[in-house]
Ligand binder design. Sequence first.
Ligand SMILES: NC(=O)c1ccc[n+]([C@@H]2O[C@H](COP(=O)([O-])OP(=O)(O)OC[C@H]3O[C@@H](n4cnc5c(N)ncnc54)[C@H](OP(=O)(O)O)[C@@H]3O)[C@@H](O)[C@H]2O)c1
Length: 281
Amino acid sequence: MKQEYFTLADGHQMPKQGFGVYKITDQATLDEAIQAAFDAGYRLFDTAQMYGNEAMLGNALAKLPAKREELFITTKISEANQGYDTTIASFKESLKQLQLDYVDLLLLHWPIHETFFDSWRALEDLKAAGLVKSIGTSNYGMIHLQYLATQAREMPVVNQLERHPWFNQAAMLEFDRQHDIVTQAWAPLGRGRMMDEPVLTELASKHQKSPAQIILRWQYQSGISFIPKSAHAERIVENAAIYDFELSPAEMTMIDELNRNTRISQEPELVYELNHQYPHN
Ligand SMILES: NC(=O)c1ccc[n+]([C@@H]2O[C@H](COP(=O)([O-])OP(=O)(O)OC[C@H]3O[C@@H](n4cnc5c(N)ncnc54)[C@H](OP(=O)(O)O)[C@@H]3O)[C@@H](O)[C@H]2O)c1
């Protein structure tokens, strides 16, 4: 995998391509996936309190032949743990589970109304205390970021968003760019649901790549960060092998035009209003 980094607005470097571990919840599978990802060149690993696998990820990372500074570890504060004191306390527990003394990126997993500014203040203080290198948001829309700016001492440097060919978030990408926020795509493969799209299968056979590789190359050429997940070593390798071909501007447009404005997950504004995600599947 080509090692490329974004320089974030706070000066820290973040790998462009990372590895997500949502729904990997047994130690043996996670150990194998993390080892395969590391061997394929991944250095950014993305977890969350909500995934219930921080301790397992900590165990898997401890087995890698890597220096701490080579790795970039992200976790996220769950809705239930938001609020000033609970963010701080739960994050310290996350560090313990991860067997780390700092994380590279800490995100608020979803915007919620109840504790909106207090949770962000906790992230600013954790960064000031050196327990976190960079702070950011996830699933924040324009309105949430504009509202945050009214009280924040510093703004998020990363906004992690659902983004795939059926939901390309063109307006959010532009907004983040204008505000010096790196967009990071979650579900960058659309959870595997759109591999049969004719545009993708046609481009795949033209470039002698898989539809997954076409989608990830589109993510890369869109100028954003992206964090595909797979529990299978051969797919982990496949998803990293996207740096030896190029999509033309016309091909990029063909994928852009697959947009349906349909989400896999929740509508962030509704999560904000309800203060939690509705039942999770
Ligand atoms: N901030 C948030 O709210 C949020 C929400 C969701 C996810 N995330 C993060 O983003 C990461 C990625 O998102 P995601 O896991 O939801 O979805 P994703 O990466 O778009 O897709 C993962 C799915 O695609 C399959 N897959 C992977 N590589 C493939 C390939 N080459 N060909 C065909 N299928 C393939 C995987 O199956 P196998 O595993 O069986 O190979 C899995 O079912 C997560 O792991 C998590 O770290 C963040």
